[in-house]
Design a binder for this molecule. Structure first.
Ligand SMILES: [Zn+2]
Length: 273
């Protein structure tokens, strides 16, 4: 199966079709989701090596227009197309590498990013990831404040305790969203307008989550979905692609969105019949 996947990716990449797809769909925004950047990746689902991350950022600055995620949301609000070939970086949870490894790369290439922070992790030592063999140290309050001070950084909400929001009753769900937004605003002195649902798959949030997110004054909610975003997407369900520690040419094909945009198109077509 992996062989077939690599073969399809190779065909799309080396034939130039994936690059052509990007050029033909300039109105689509690529929203990327990372978790941790590390010198020595231990968890293939959560870690991207520092070396690969820098390669990816360099590539994005060359072939796309990296923007603040909030600016892309603004364009979508007005049903307008963001800048040509726009992309935005985002990070989830709150590990210390955001400050030690991510920020130096973002500054070097002048690339903005949004950091969706789980408030219960901050200042609490280790982040309890599902893979206990690869724990990460959480940011301290001081480190989060230092991170938020950069003009390249937007802080977004990612709940207090990182639950599956869809499994909570509305009052608890509201508490998670409201408290995390308030705490982050208090710690950083900046307004929090963007929210990423923990785990982010379709089963991890629901219509109530989207409504509560809106009612609590947030401008957009983000899920995890392997496709690009457009102004016709629901603002409280904007798709983000999870980035793994993969070779650069695979990254190029995935970020183009060519495979998943087509799969999504056919899925919608079947649904409408
Ligand atoms: Zn998370």
């Amino acid at each position: 199966m992996k062989f077939i996947k690599y073969l399809v990716f190779a065909l799309l990449h080396f034939s130039g079709i994936s690059a052509l797809y990007c050029l033909c769909t300039p109105w689509r925004a690529r929203i990327l989701c990372y978790h941790r950047i590390s010198e020595f990746p231990r968890d293939p689902l959560l870690d991207v090596s520092k070396k690969k991350f820098e390669e990816q950022v360099k590539y994005l600055t060359r072939c796309y227009t990296p923007m603040h995620l909030s600016d892309i949301v603004e364009f979508f609000y007005e049903k307008k197309t963001p800048h040509r070939l726009s992309c935005a970086l985002s990070f989830d949870d709150g590990s210390e590498d955001w400050l030690s490894l991510v920020i130096p790369v973002l500054k070097r290439y002048n690339v903005p990013a949004t950091f969706f922070t789980t408030t219960g992790f901050i200042g609490n030592g280790l982040i309890p990831y599902p893979h206990p063999h690869a724990p990460a140290r959480a940011l301290t309050y001081e480190e989060l404040t230092a991170l938020a001070a950069s003009s390249l950084v937007t802080i977004g909400g990612h709940t207090v305790t990182h639950p599956h929001l869809s499994r909570l009753k509305e009052p608890e769900m509201r508490e998670e969203i409201k408290t995390s937004k308030r705490m982050l605003e208090l710690w950083t002195g900046k307004l929090v307008n963007l929210y990423a649902y923990p785990f982010g798959n379709e089963a991890d949030y629901n219509e109530t989550t989207k409504r509560v997110t809106k009612e609590e004054g947030l401008k957009a909610g983000f899920s995890i979905e392997e496709r690009t975003a457009t102004s016709s997407d629901d603002l409280y369900e904007l798709p983000r692609m999870v980035i793994f520690d993969e070779p650069l040419w695979i990254f190029k094909v995935r970020v183009s969105g060519i495979i998943d945009d087509f799969l999504y198109f056919f899925k919608q077509l079947i649904k409408s019949k």
